[in-house]
Ligand binder design. Structure first.
Ligand SMILES: NC(=O)C1=CN([C@@H]2O[C@H](COP(=O)(O)OP(=O)(O)OC[C@H]3O[C@@H](n4cnc5c(N)ncnc54)[C@H](OP(=O)(O)O)[C@@H]3O)[C@@H](O)[C@H]2O)C=CC1
Ligand SMILES: O=C(O)[C@@H]1CCC=N1
Length: 266
């Protein structure tokens, strides 16, 4: 099965590199990319053919759209003449609905909406997938296998996609923000930057492994760290005073709302 990736920016290259690592034959992969220097870079790095969007669409069994939501309308108009019924079109764009895509492509093209995230770059991605109206199980399974090469995949109803975008799609950025803040705090407390970075990164990796491997609720894990009258309780009180929990809720509502706006084309 040949796969074309249209839009080889951060997420498109993440998908491409994952497919290559997973052992997909490079002669079964194509990239649609309009900038010549970027095309050369991808050809050199992966040995993959970089062709026009129309050629990629005409030749591939599966087309993955990884352009910005704002560019989606133009790209769909460009490739629509080359799409055919039964072909699989996978969109990784935030906000863009399967109904919108289906309204711009020939009848019978199977559309799957995906929300991936960047940890796919290290095969620890979290992707959610939702079928459009012309999808059968084989289409969904093919989309699942594309994403499974770089991490976990969850099948969800499309109505959950904006919330998923806010949680796991944008999620790595919130975690990096917390890490960055903790490193700065360490430096403020007098630690060398390299020491602070090593402490924070390993603390994050260890905490994530505990969550995954023990399956214990995060509240219980937090309570285990919080000795009565100790340091952690003092720190957590400050986080509550500064309304960090409320800030996370507001942030993720804003991301969910932005995903809905992108669907409206703004
Ligand atoms: N980054 C992330 O963490 C995630 C991103 N996504 C989704 O992935 C999509 C891409 O995001 P991201 O990778 O961050 O953005 P980028 O800007 O890095 O990538 C978009 C790419 O699309 C290219 N492009 C634009 N127009 C065309 C066209 N007509 N034909 C071919 N290529 C084109 C751009 O090229 P040029 O630069 O030359 O314009 C660029 O390389 C978005 O829809 C986003 O919602 C989803 C989940 C996570
Ligand atoms: O910020 C964005 O819009 C994209 C979608 C999810 C993560 N990055």
């Amino acid at each position: 099965m040949s796969t074309a990736i249209i839009g080889a920016g951060v997420m498109g290259e993440t998908l491409l590199s994952g497919l290559v690592r997973a052992g997909r034959r490079v002669d079964q992969l194509m990239v649609g990319e309009k900038r010549p220097e970027r095309a050369r870079e991808l050809e050199e790095r992966y040995g993959v053919a970089v062709v026009s969007n129309r050629e990629a669409t005409a030749k591939a069994d599966t087309v993955a759209l990884v352009v910005k939501p704002q560019d989606m309308g133009d790209v769909l108009d460009e490739i629509a003449p080359d799409l055919r019924a039964g072909q699989l079109l996978v969109s990784l764009a935030a906000g863009i609905t399967t109904a919108y895509i289906e309204s711009r492509v020939p009848e019978g093209v199977a559309v799957v909406r995906v929300m991936p995230n960047t940890p796919a770059l290290v095969d620890e991605g979290m992707a959610a997938i939702a079928p459009g109206s012309h999808c059968d199980d084989s289409h969904l399974a093919e989309a699942e296998s594309l994403l499974a090469s770089t991490g976990k995949v969850l099948r969800i109803p499309e109505k959950q996609m904006d919330a998923v975008t806010a949680i796991s799609g944008s999620g790595p950025a919130y975690i990096f923000f917390v890490v960055e803040s903790m490193i700065e705090a360490g430096v403020h407390l007098g630690l060398p930057r390299a020491t602070a970075t090593e402490l924070v990164v390993q603390t994050l990796v260890g905490s994530a492994a505990m969550l995954r491997e023990t399956g214990t609720h995060p509240v219980v894990l937090r309570e285990q760290v919080t000795s009565p009258g100790g340091t952690t309780a003092s720190a957590l009180r400050e986080l509550e005073i500064h309304k960090v929990r409320a800030a996370f809720l507001a942030a993720m509502e804003a991301a969910r709302n932005r995903s809905r706006e992108l669907a409206e084309g703004s």
